[in-house]
Design a protein around this ligand. Structure first.
Ligand code: BES
Ligand code: MN
Ligand code: ZN
Length: 496
């Protein structure tokens, strides 16, 4: 889909659909749109009569005859009054996107980015609007014999908010497009089943990205190469599987500045998690195909980073494996040696995410990263704690955690920090190895992060447990694309 910022006389061009915000108190919020008197009166009367009250997310589609501006109006409630709360505004935008996609309109002018939003600027509304409209176009049909019909909407004009330069709004638009493109990559990889999306499939996808984008360099280590590096922990997870494990490394070079240390992303890529010998219960196990959503979000973020050609260096390290039971599988009580040299007693083979991540984190040391953020569907406890609202965050560096928290609040891709104080570390003591891979039934998200913290002492690190936020279950089952918006915004704000 094509997005374009429109201002001044370009707002008077004809579109198939005109999307306008209406608030409860004052009605229409579209001063810059050159409505003729007839249209203005029509909207006023619809509001007065209660056909469109202005409730957040309410929509009304109205056919229009004989207008030089549009063939239909899509009126969208944006809540009580302007400026709107950010989340209310987003609710309105999402409803508008859904309704717009149901119309046959090929072109639309959307006048929602200039609706004032509390504590947000025009760049924010343009990025969010573009991202939400783009994201709403995602359809999954790769494994259906009947393909989704192509959406009619092909071009969207976004009425430019005032008070910002054209250049910065253009950048905001591009960011929104790149984020939604990244999210759809993430969602597609997440939604693909485990028999298609294997570790080698992820490696292949990443390799293709490397060919598409000049700034990217991609390699995928084989099991042999990982053995040579001493990645006994990562490799133990894939022992029971017929699928080879892979360590995928994607490097984005966005600056020629000498020795510019990279920002590093690490993703958990368990392409299916049966639990291994510590087998999971059968009910809902299909959802463990989403156990590579950390990896998928890192790949999606790298897509956006490359699209935007961000002027920094970024390295993604993805630990991909399939966790299966078999005669060769790792057993509870087995002890493995990680790349760091630390030995690990595997008391539960279902705590496999940390086993692949620890070697990926040790591998990341070689890049001398400025910061490292790992993303993982790591614990059921994160789902119990935060549901699908907040991503759990744990960190060894307060400024990094504060920064991610703030960006979460502005992008609405929210994270909430949990403590990682010393008392929890003792839960990982083992009688037979340097460390156990589980910490018992209590504080599951925290002890998982404590395990990772033993492998992140050499850099500033934050861990994002996306077990609750990476996908929806139930009728809307599917990957969400989170936390791509958070990660892209974080990287956009960094300097070489
Ligand atoms: N992939 C799961 C975590 C998970 C479970 C995510 C449910 C989303 C929904 C992870 O590998 C796992 O199995 N974790 C265990 C750890 C436990 C054995 C210490 C868990 O959370 O139960
Ligand atoms: Mn598991
Ligand atoms: Zn898992």
């Amino acid at each position: 889909m094509k997005f374009q910022l429109l201002a001044d006389k370009n707002l008077g061009k004809k579109h198939d659909c005109l999307v306008l915000g209406v608030c409860q108190k004052t009605g229409l919020l579209a001063e810059d749109i050159p409505l003729d008197d007839k249209l203005a009166a029509l909207i006023k009367s619809l509001h007065k009569a209660g056909d469109i009250k202005g409730n957040a997310g309410e929509t009304l589609l109205v056919p229009v005859a004989d207008s030089s501006l549009t063939d239909r109006l899509l009126l969208v409630g944006v809540g009580e009054s302007a400026p709107a709360e950010a989340k209310i505004w987003r609710k309105a935008v999402r409803a508008a996107a859904q309704a717009l996609n149901k119309t046959p309109a090929k072109s639309a002018l959307v006048a929602l980015a200039q609706v004032p939003v509390k504590e947000r600027d025009g760049e924010w509304t343009v990025t969010q609007l573009t991202m939400e409209l783009g994201n709403a176009q995602y359809r999954y049909d790769q494994t259906k014999s009947k393909k989704a019909p192509p959406l009619s909407l092909k071009s969207v004009g976004i009425a430019a908010p005032t008070g910002s330069t054209k250049k910065s709004l253009d950048q905001a638009l591009q960011a929104g497009q790149a984020i939604s493109a990244g999210m759809s990559v993430t969602r597609e990889l997440g939604n693909l089943p485990g028999n298609i999306c294997t570790p080698s499939y992820l490696a292949q996808r990443a390799t293709e990205m490397g060919l598409k984008y000049k700034s990217l360099k991609v390699k995928a280590l084989t099991e042999k190469q990982m053995e040579r590096l001493g990645m006994g922990s990562l490799l133990s997870v894939g022992h029971g599987s017929d699928q080879e494990s892979r360590l995928i490394v994607i490097e984005h070079k966005g600056t020629t500045k000498a020795n510019s240390r990279p920002y590093c992303l690490v993703g958990k890529g368990i392409t299916f998690d049966t639990g291994g010998i510590s087998l999971k219960p059968g009910l809902g196990m299909d959802e463990m195909k989403f156990d590579m959503c950390g990896a998928a979000s890192v790949i999606g973020t790298m897509t956006a980073v490359a699209e935007l050609n961000l002027p920094i260096n970024v390295v993604a390290v993805i630990a991909a494996a399939e966790n299966m039971p078999s005669g060769r599988a790792t057993k509870p009580g087995d002890i493995v040696t990680s790349m760091s040299g630390k030995t690990i007693e595997i008391l539960n083979t279902d705590a496999e995410g940390r086993l692949v991540l620890c070697d990926a984190l040790t591998y990341a040391e070689r890049f001398k990263p400025k910061t490292v953020i790992d993303v993982a569907t790591l614990t059921g406890a994160a789902v119990a704690t935060f549901g699908d609202v907040n991503t759990a965050m744990l960190s060894n560096h307060d400024p990094l955690a504060d920064e991610l928290f703030k960006i979460g609040q502005t992008t609405l891709d929210t994270v909430w920090r949990l403590p990682m104080s010393d008392e929890y570390q003792a839960l990982l003591d083992s009688n037979f190895a340097d460390i156990a891979n589980i910490g018992g039934p209590k504080a599951g998200t925290i002890t998982a992060a404590c395990f990772l913290s033993r492998f992140t002492e050499k850099f500033q690190w934050a861990h994002l447990d996306i077990a609750g936020t990476a996908w929806f279950g139930g009728a809307l089952k599917g990957a969400t694309g989170r936390p791509v918006p958070l990660l892209v915004e974080y990287l956009r704000q960094q300097k070489a």
